[in-house]
Ligand binder design. Structure first.
Ligand SMILES: Cc1cc2nc3c(=O)[nH]c(=O)nc-3n(C[C@H](O)[C@H](O)[C@H](O)COP(=O)(O)OP(=O)(O)OC[C@H]3O[C@@H](n4cnc5c(N)ncnc54)[C@H](O)[C@@H]3O)c2cc1C
Length: 394
């Protein structure tokens, strides 16, 4: 068993780290103070992603992407996760569901998404439908040669950085017909016809882009903008959820590693009662627990990434990705909380990255399936498959 990374893999990780230090980190405070990434920074940042060879991080070369394995993507994403204010999302990931599109949809949406000429956001959640997407009320009805969307969507992340929305709706209002639709925006800031962008509320974190609320009021969607078949809505987003869960785990652990490094350095430098605070066992034990939790969670992260690369069974990957998302988001919460405690009052100051990381990583236990939903997935798999799904070595 070889756990060492190749020179190529180390170089990718370094590229992610350098991009964080040289491009993203300088934008952290301005993004936090402004509430999101200022408009003037958006186009130059998009260009830097291309210049640094980070465009199309999750796409094959055939689709204009970098052609990376999941381990390679994870090495980069982990480093991007060090940044605060969701600035990692400047390195866009094209929605992989588009791979299941028609040739024309691939040409029109997926390939331009690799280069960042286009960007899509996902609209599934609604006021009455969160963890239980069968409660979605947004419906799609086919009339006069067009689909017509009616309903309301919440928490649409990066709406103001996107020029199309992938909307999850129930055809004929039937929850057995969950279906995806590609809805074009005229530009980043203008809503599609017959659609209202009601607001983009503020959240605990200050994120690079917004989380919009949208109302569709007979929004017309051309017949050829349905993605996949009627009823395939969940099937087509399954792979996206696996990818998103790995990405969250990578970012959460990158964030927690940065906080742990800051706390570890501070514990040597800060002196109270005539000695470095790390000489108090209370502090040293916190640092030890942080290191051990990170070591275990990162081992799990790269194991799941390697399973994906080895072509492991799809349902095994789903089960392990849920366990990984649950564990790593909770580890990150504990590690960043301890880091802040070690920093004392300085850790509570907004100018300190650990304060921002503390606010940022809380959502990792909520979005893309809450911790409770991940436990439901793991528990459900145990009922069907038994403990060996998680306890066997291969
Ligand atoms: C910042 C942010 C960005 C987001 N971005 C997007 C996006 O881009 N697109 C999108 O579609 N959505 C997005 N979401 C929505 C996100 O996916 C949902 O918030 C999440 O799925 C939970 O749904 P909910 O908030 O409605 O909570 P609910 O489902 O109402 O859950 C409330 C509580 O009940 C618990 N619970 C619910 N069901 C069960 C159960 N069966 N067993 C045990 N406990 C349960 C939950 O774990 C939670 O603790 C985003 C959310 C946030 C906060």
């Amino acid at each position: 068993m070889d756990f060492t990374f190749t020179d190529h893999e180390r170089a990718l990780s370094k590229r992610g780290r350098d991009f964080f230090e040289q491009v993203l980190e300088p934008l952290e405070v301005v993004t936090d103070e402004h509430g999101e990434l200022p408009d003037a920074e958006r186009a130059p940042l998009r260009q830097k992603v291309r210049d640094w060879g980070l465009a199309g991080i999750n796409l094959d070369k055939d689709h204009g992407g970098m052609g990376l394995s999941m381990v390679e993507q994870t090495l980069i994403e982990e480093q991007l996760g060090r940044v605060t204010n969701g600035l990692w999302s400047a390195v866009w990931r094209a929605p992989v569901s588009l791979k299941f599109g028609t040739d024309r949809q691939i040409e029109e949406y997926l390939i331009p998404s690799a280069g960042g000429e286009r960007r899509g956001c996902f609209a599934i959640t609604e006021p009455g439908a969160g963890s239980d997407p069968r409660q979605v009320q947004t419906r799609a009805d086919f009339r006069d040669g067009h689909w017509r969307l009616n309903g309301e969507k919440w928490f649409v992340t990066s709406y103001n950085a996107s020029d199309f929305i992938i909307v999850h709706a129930h055809v004929d209002g039937d929850p057995d017909k969950p279906t995806l639709f590609l809805v074009d925006k005229p530009d980043y800031y203008t809503a599609p016809p017959n659609t209202t962008h009601s607001r983009s509320p503020k959240f605990m974190h200050n994120f690079a882009y917004d989380h919009a609320e949208l109302v569709f009021n007979d929004t017309p969607v051309p017949a050829d903008k349905m993605l996949g078949e009627v009823g395939q809505g969940f099937e087509l987003t399954k792979d996206w959820f696996v990818e998103a869960r790995l990405q969250i785990a990578s970012h959460a652990l990158g964030a927690a590693t940065r906080a742990a490094e800051i706390a570890n350095a501070y514990a040597t430098e800060r002196r109270q009662f005539g000695r470095a605070i790390r000489d108090f066992q209370a502090i040293e034990f916190m640092l030890a627990d942080m290191a051990v939790e990170l070591y275990a969670a990162k081992s799990m992260l790269f194991r799941v990434a390697a399973e994906i690369d080895s072509g492991a069974d799809r349902s095994l990957i789903h089960s392990h990705a849920s366990a990984l998302k649950l564990h790593s988001s909770e580890v990150a919460g504990r590690v960043v909380d301890k880091a802040l405690q070690i920093l004392g009052g300085r850790g509570y100051m907004r100018e300190n990255p650990v304060e921002r990381l503390y606010r940022d990583i809380r959502v990792d236990r909520i979005w893309e399936g809450t911790s409770e939903i991940q436990r439901n997935v793991v528990g459900g798999r145990l009922r069907k498959m038994g403990m060996s799904l998680y306890s066997d070595v291969a």
